[in-house]
Design a protein around this ligand. Structure first.
Ligand code: SF4
Length: 587
């Protein structure tokens, strides 16, 4: 759309909605304002404006005010332009493939809509809204309350029920904005009606425009935040904060895909400080994917001893072998390929994609869920997979393409060190404090909502430290199930008395010289709790046992060679075994 006979001017005042006083050509002229909205932040005294000289000699005012400069930005404020622009744009073949009819000003029900279109075999109603209200790249509509706009949304929703396709098309009359959102400050009712219309099948589009004093054209789509605009606002403050405050962690240096992967798998359920020595040791021993693929199982489990969840490292090895076979040993570089690897879910795939390759993919863990729920004031249950999926979808929309890694890591870091759990976030240090709903509404103690996990099953066990004067007995656990393939001290179900232990010894061919009770211990797995009692059983010679599967070794040898999970930590201590790296673990 083009304008003719354009002259610049300086805005002085606006006596009423229809006219303004503008200095142009050395004189103050009365000009027609082609926008009856408030436009308060645009028409400020001294603003540079652009006027179109009218071709109609009978008009009282010979000028129309059609554009204004706001800082670096040129904003078209001709409220008749959006309808014309959308019509031109559709006629140029955009949005629909086969447009057969287009008619402005169409009456449907009790409303008059801006466009009626027939295309692709469909009847289409379209309402067009011009948007000029902008703050820091965020654009909003309406500028002032508009009951008519609410009615339009309700009628469009009805039209969908009656077989029409329906659209609301927001024409952002400027370029370079971040996102569009309904203006809940001036008219919450419109925001509600728009959301309900969208939920009812009305399509909501927003496009920005290329604007010059002489021309305006529809350009590119703009993200639409029907709710939770805070998600669209957080990128800049979050990325800035992360770059300044991030902790210096070994896996953040030179983050190639393999290193990110190893660190992320280790960090699941284990504290950052505890992971550091494991991470260094693992990479020293297995510096490449191929080394991991070729590692012997016992070596692998020993490297993981103390971290728990041993299936994770087993899956890592399977994935490493997949990488060798399917990808020639080179870590895959697309999100979909990374997701196809054994044991890699959406979180890890997102983290590798973003941290190693800079791809705009979300990495949503418990920290991120907590931050997002608080930021948006949502009471959704973060234990539900559907909630996690929704958060992933919402973040996918807002990750900045040029700072995906810092954005994702910033969210995780913020959850880890500022937006901490248990109702005590450090909001005063938070870069998102000004846009956070939980903070505004005093809900940080209630959010996130987390339904209780199922109660764990309790198993009573008796752990037996069989020893002669040199060696101890250990055995390998079965290859499947809990703590699969790891080593343990012999143990039996139930809490045995001293007499029952003696009887059991005889059953397996051992003659106890002395039986000494040890302290009780408890270990919590994800779904089971072990409540353990223990006995040290001194026998004359371990080799005499008829029990199959026992291995006999010196305590130093056990410490070096066999991976004993930390469930047995108390008894490992009693046995005088020294392990490589202490740590928390679980399964
Ligand atoms: S303001 Fe407080 S509750 Fe909100 S995101 Fe920041 S730390 Fe969390």
């Amino acid at each position: 759309m083009k304008y003719e006979h354009i002259e610049p001017g300086i805005f002085h005042s606006r006596p009423n909605r229809f006219i303004a006083k503008v200095e142009t050509g050395g004189r103050e002229e009365t000009v027609h304002v082609k926008n009856t909205g408030r436009c308060r932040e645009l028409l400020v005294p001294g603003a540079k404006v652009y006027l179109e000289r009218s071709g109609n000699p009978d008009r009282k005012t010979k000028w129309d005010l059609i554009a204004v400069e706001k800082g670096e930005r040129m904003i078209n404020m001709d409220s008749q332009a959006p309808n014309v622009l959308v019509k031109e744009w559709l006629e140029a073949g955009n949005l629909f493939c086969d447009l057969t009819r287009i008619r402005p000003e169409y009456t449907y029900g009790n409303s008059r809509f801006d466009l009626y279109v027939e295309a692709d075999g469909q009847k289409i109603l379209m309402e067009v809204k011009g948007v000029t209200l902008e703050e820091d790249g965020r654009v909003r509509f309406p500028d002032a309350p508009s009951d008519r706009a609410v009615k339009h949304m309700e009628e469009l929703k009805e039209a969908v029920k009656n077989g029409y396709q329906a659209y609301v098309f927001f024409v952002i009359q400027m370029k370079g904005v971040r996102f569009f959102t309904p203006n809940t400050d001036t008219h919450p009712e419109f925001a509600r009606a728009l959301k309900e219309a969208a939920d009812g099948g009305v399509q909501v589009l927003a496009y920005d425009c290329l604007v010059s004093p002489e021309e305006v054209h529809i350009a590119d789509p703009v993200p639409v935040a029907l709710e939770n605009p805070a998600l669209y606002e957080m990128a800049d403050p979050l990325v800035g904060w992360y770059r300044e405050h991030k902790r210096d962690l070994p896996w953040r240096k030179d983050p190639d895909a393999y290193r990110v992967w190893v660190s992320e798998i280790m960090l699941q359920q284990t504290r950052v400080e505890a992971v550091k020595p494991y991470y260094e040791r693992f990479l020293k021993k297995l510096p490449t994917v191929r080394d991991l693929a070729d590692a012997e199982e016992d070596v692998l489990l020993k490297l993981w001893e103390g971290l728990g969840y041993y299936n994770r490292v087993r899956n890592m090895q399977k994935a490493a072998r997949q990488i060798v076979v399917d990808f020639g040993g080179k870590f895959p570089e697309t999100y979909e390929e990374i997701c196809s690897l054994k044991g890699i879910g959406s979180y890890t795939a997102g983290a590798i994609s973003a941290f190693a390759y800079g791809l705009p993919r979300p990495a949503v863990d418990g920290n991120v869920l907590r931050v997002v729920m608080r930021l948006t004031g949502s009471h959704a249950d973060i234990m539900k997979q559907s909630v996690k999926r929704r958060v992933e979808e919402a973040l996918q929309e807002v990750i900045p393409k040029d700072a995906a890694s810092d954005f994702d890591q910033g969210l995780i870091e913020l959850g880890a060190i500022v937006c901490v759990p248990n109702g005590s976030p450090r909001c005063e240090e938070c870069p998102l404090a000004s846009i956070c709903e939980a903070r505004k509404q005093g809900l940080t103690g209630e959010i996130p909502v987390k339904s209780k996990a199922k109660a764990r099953r309790i198993e009573n066990r008796t752990v037996l430290l069989f020893k002669d004067h040199k060696e101890l007995a250990v055995r390998k656990r079965p290859g499947r199930g809990l703590l699969a393939g790891l080593y343990e001290f012999p143990n039996v179900e139930g809490h045995l008395t001293m007499d029952e232990v003696t009887a059991y010894c005889k059953e397996i061919g051992l003659a106890p010289v002395r039986v000494r009770p040890l302290e009780k211990a408890k270990h919590i797995f994800s779904h089971i709790e072990w409540h353990m009692t223990g006995y040290e059983v001194l026998v004359d010679e371990l080799e005499k046992t008829n029990e199959k599967g026992f291995l006999f070794a010196l305590p130093e040898e056990i410490g070096k060679k066999y991976s004993i999970p930390s469930a047995f930590e108390v008894y490992v201590r009693h046995a005088g075994i020294e392990k490589g790296i202490g740590g928390q673990e679980n399964v």
